[in-house]
Design a protein around this ligand. Structure first.
Ligand code: BGC
Length: 437
């Protein structure tokens, strides 16, 4: 839960920008280059995050992220010029990027295999709570964006301070040759999983990790992500995020009030209430996902999620195309179903799977690349959506998103392998075995 906390700041920041953007623009006009730099900050952070998690460790990366979060929030809240705000947002972006790699990595490498899905999904749960928090803060605080940013100091400080008291993951400790500590970490994890008499199981797991460490090249670089051995994992890690973003989620998250207006909701208060409804369903269905994910498996959940999002988007697109008299009711119900299907699967699973599929030696780098794909496509969708909506209308844009979700079904069928219940080492062996010789 402590590591997952950084997800709250990811979501809060996404949501805050949606809520505070117009007030912010009015108070401190940002020049296009500052806005561009700020948008690029998260991918830059993920790039650095991969490196930091490899050298300082997963725990060190999370402490770094917590410190950057607190600093960025403070600088944003007190920024007096657009340059200062640009610098502050850059710091926050770096923090988000570093944490987006380090948090799922830290959790996945510590978790017992049979609960890994639920535990890594704490990160996604925190994202959804952050988004909801920002919606509510926007509701309560109006244009007071300085206070909105200031609130972000608290989770940043808690993350950095609490991570000091925790130890690193058994996998990273083994990479550093600290076997006794790795054993202690594995014992702790299996005890917390309710196992008691587990010496032989621990020995077996240590041996597996030792084997995967000895197979690891010392200087794995970015190029190795495209080697034959790792490519299938890279395709899944990056592909799931590209599809997640092309499903249109952030058009809904960032522009929910605008979408509801297009669908015929007139009053500002109704639009806002519907928006908060989106936030609440997002949180609730993420919890349902956490309860199911280790039992049902990743692939079946992805099928359900992509089918549900495709169907609900298609229904809204048809209703908009034919201008049905109940467009607003259909849009409201459709968007609620869409968010529910997304939160059940398309939201949490990419974060989980990117932490599961890469071999140990390139895991942080691979996750860095996947996270870059997330933010890059997020930025593209959010930038293009209002323009496309004006030019082509709701029906066409939602049809495009629905097509991306259909592509997600095919991607799951042909590229995604099942990882539920297996140890990270067993997954590594299987995936490497899948690659052409
Ligand atoms: C996505 C975010 C999105 C959020 C919505 C995450 O998995 O990466 O872009 O805003 O889910 O809950």
């Amino acid at each position: 839960m402590i590591a997952g906390l950084s997800g709250f700041l990811f979501g809060y920041d996404e949501g805050i920008i949606a809520g505070a953007l117009s007030a912010l623009r009015a108070d401190l006009a940002m020049s296009p280059w500052v806005e561009g730099l700020v948008t690029a900050a998260v991918p830059l952070g993920s790039l650095a995050g991969g490196r930091i998690a490899s050298s300082l460790g997963r725990r060190g990366a999370l402490i770094t992220a917590g410190a950057l979060f607190a600093l960025g929030a403070l600088l944003s809240a007190f920024a007096a010029s657009q340059e200062a705000l640009g610098l502050a947002r850059l710091t926050l972006g770096l923090a988000i990027g570093v944490a987006a790699v380090a948090a799922p990595l830290y959790i996945a490498e510590n978790a017992p295999a049979r609960r890994r899905g639920m535990l890594v999904s704490f990160y996604q749960l925190a994202i959804t709570l952050g988004i909801l928090g920002a919606y509510v803060a926007g509701f309560g605080l109006g244009d007071n964006w300085r206070t909105m940013f200031l609130i972000g100091v608290v989770p940043g400080v808690v993350l950095a301070a609490a991570m000091f008291t925790l130890r690193d993951t058994p996998r990273w400790l083994m990479l550093r040759g600290r076997e006794a500590e790795a054993r202690a970490a594995l014992i702790r994890a299996s005890r917390s999983d309710g196992q008691t008499d587990c010496d032989s199981a621990i020995d077996r797991q240590l041996a597996e990790i030792r084997q995967s460490v000895s197979g690891a090249a010392q200087t794995a670089g970015w190029r190795s992500l495209f080697s034959r051995r790792v490519l299938p994992a890279t395709i899944v890690g990056v592909g799931l995020f590209v599809l997640q973003q092309l499903s249109g989620i952030n058009a809904v998250i960032y522009y929910a009030p605008l979408v509801f207006r297009e669908a015929g909701f007139d009053g500002h208060a109704t639009q806002l209430l519907a928006t908060i409804g989106v936030g609440v369903i997002n949180v609730a269905m993420t919890i349902v996902s956490m309860l199911l994910i280790d039992r049902v498996g990743r692939r079946l959940m992805l099928y359900l999620g992509f089918a549900g999002t495709a169907l609900s988007l298609a229904v809204i697109a048809c209703a908009a195309a034919f201008q049905t008299p109940w467009l607003n009711a259909i849009a409201l119900a459709g968007l609620f179903v869409y968010i529910a299907a997304f939160a059940l699967s398309v939201g949490p699973i990419p974060w989980l799977m990117m932490a599961e599929i890469f071999p140990l030696e390139v895991r942080p780098l691979g996750m860095g690349l996947a996270s870059i794909a997330n933010w890059t496509f997020n930025a593209i969708v959010v930038a293009v959506f209002p323009i496309a909506l004006g030019a082509f209308g709701l029906a066409s844009v939602f049809s495009f998103f629905a097509a991306a979700c259909l592509a997600g079904l095919l991607f799951t069928r042909y590229c995604v392998t099942e990882t539920a219940g297996d140890t990270l080492e067993a997954i590594e062996k299987r995936l490497v075995g899948l690659a052409p010789a």
